[in-house]
Write a protein that binds this ligand. Structure first.
Ligand SMILES: [Ca+2]
Ligand SMILES: [Ca+2]
Ligand SMILES: [Ca+2]
Length: 220
């Protein structure tokens, strides 16, 4: 028996209706959108926000370590002068270890410095293929020149130049320093300012950058 089994929305000619076509397209676009990562902006934004927050925390932890070290150092022992507009990407100083006959006694010299990553020299190429071009690190070297000398890496993935800066003899980012590196010190009176730009990549491959800064005023 021939029943009237033809679907009511089927085109009389046996094809699909315009409504079906439109619905199919909407579904297709939604599926494609999900596949292309277009539909979850909130999740993506959250991931990037968390990643940026992590970068900032890493930068601030390094700043805290630097501040703790500098707080025990004598102002008079800090070299070089680190005067703006050039400042510097490294410094040397000594801890005050004792107080004898009205004079402070200082211990061995230490340094805090920016260094290129061993596998990524400053040449505009991401030689170690970690997603960051010319990344460097912040190291503290204690007991410099002594048998007990030790190097501590306190931060990796540091940008070669501070955020917004490039090596061209100009202060591109308008912070009063010229061509400053990803770790930048400058000293005015007894206050030493430290700036650091740290970088990473989001899961989607976007370059993420955070810059942190702090100031330490020497007591002695
Ligand atoms: Ca690299
Ligand atoms: Ca600058
Ligand atoms: Ca510059």
């Amino acid at each position: 028996m021939k029943s009237s089994s033809r679907h009511p929305i089927m085109d009389p000619r046996g094809g699909v209706t315009l409504a079906e076509t439109v619905i199919s397209l909407v579904v297709l676009v939604a599926v494609m959108g999900t596949m292309l990562g277009l539909v979850e902006p909130t999740a993506d934004t959250t991931r990037v926000t968390i990643a940026l927050d992590t970068l900032e925390k890493r930068g601030n932890r390094a700043l805290n370590t630097i501040a703790k070290v500098l707080y025990q150092a004598g102002r008079a022992t800090v070299t070089p002068a680190l005067a703006p507009p050039f400042g510097g990407s490294s410094l040397r100083a000594r801890f005050a270890t004792d107080y004898v006959g009205g004079n402070l006694v200082y211990g061995p010299e230490f340094s805090i410095e920016y260094r290129q990553s061993p596998d990524d020299p400053l040449d505009g190429i991401d030689n170690d293929e970690n997603g960051l071009v010319d990344d460097g690190m912040v190291v503290i070297v204690e007991d410099m020149g002594l048998p007990t000398e030790q190097t501590h890496v306190i931060l990796i993935h540091v940008a070669p130049y501070l955020e917004g800066e490039q090596p061209d003899g100009l202060d591109n980012n308008g912070n009063g320093l010229i061509d400053e590196r990803g770790l930048a010190f400058d000293m005015s009176q007894n206050t030493l300012k430290t700036r650091i730009t740290v970088q990473g990549r989001s899961r989607e491959g976007r370059l993420l950058t955070r810059t942190v800064e702090s100031a330490v005023t020497f007591r002695n």
